[in-house]
Design a protein around this ligand. Sequence first.
Ligand code: NAD
Ligand code: MG
Ligand code: MG
Ligand code: MG
Ligand code: MG
Length: 333
Amino acid sequence: MAELFYDDDADLSIIQGRKVAVIGYGSQGHAHALSLRDSGVDVRVGLHEGSKSKAKAEEQGLRVVTPAEAAAEADVIMVLIPDPIQAQVYEESIKDNLKDGDALFFAHGFNVRFGFIKPAANVDVALVAPKGPGHLVRRQYEEGRGVPAIAAVEQDATGNAFQLALSYAKAIGGTRAGVIKTTFTEETETDLFGEQAVLCGGTSALVKAGFETLVEAGYQPEIAYFECLHELKLIVDLMYEGGLEKMRWSVSETAEWGDYVTGPRIITDATKAEMKKVLAEIQDGTFAKNWMDEYHGGLKKYDEYKTQDSEHLLETTGKELRKLMSWVDNEEA
Ligand code: NAD
Ligand code: MG
Ligand code: MG
Ligand code: MG
Ligand code: MG
């Protein structure tokens, strides 16, 4: 079973005694910086010249300097910029500002796990990753609660890296809910696998294939959209609240029977065999290498896939139908 840590296991004064730099002010960055500050931590935000986030961070009362200045001032540097650019920002602005005993923190292990960032041996390297989007992390903190987080130590130069990570997690509300101990390898590989095989890739492909099957059989796209995409939210909400059991309790017996007999015909042994191949390509670094090549090669295929799917009948149908749903947030969100 996983090892869990709560408020009583973490000493807030550790992080209160350090100087923290939060590099980036996006989804995670704003949540970490504001909650650290509200927890009495000395925090500055590192943003590149011309960053659109700068005004927002300053408006919210934070001091903004360049990433290099932030890394130089601080002795705990949390990297919260998009994963594909972290290595470059690390080389240009962080690496030479790390001193003996400093700590380099991440919220996702991608760059360290696959060797795009190789920190020197004299610094602590740790991970504190809330299991939720930044806006929820911040809102929960403000309400006196927290989003569960995971924490890991890749390199323990000081011998206190895990206590420092727990202290940081406490300052953003993580230990109020519970922090699970993991490793950079486990966090990175399971995160990539989950989003590719199940959450994003698997679900998108399942929805598209179901929609296409109905439309090709002559059913109206609008009806197919409701059955294969729209209603998914209801099902997922039930699973989230009470697992498969609550979902099956809530749907009809007919739907439950169809679940048992048809699900395994759709997600077959062949699907699971392919999942194992996907996992192997994550573990051996093939996925990471290909993705970084694609990113730094100008995102040509990425843009192609994006355009293709935005023109799919599923998407054009959904765009029209969602106008009928006053409760659904705007298209841009
Ligand atoms: P994001 O895309 O929301 O934010 C990126 C921010 O980086 C921007 O706001 C900008 O201020 C800044 N930025 C961009 N280029 C920069 C540069 N050259 N120098 C300095 N700053 C720059 O990012 P995010 O989704 O918060 O992800 C940050 C990290 O957190 C990633 O490692 C990600 O994997 C991890 N993570 C994210 C979530 C999430 O909910 N989004 C959850 C867990 C972990
Ligand atoms: Mg420093
Ligand atoms: Mg994830
Ligand atoms: Mg991810
Ligand atoms: Mg139905």
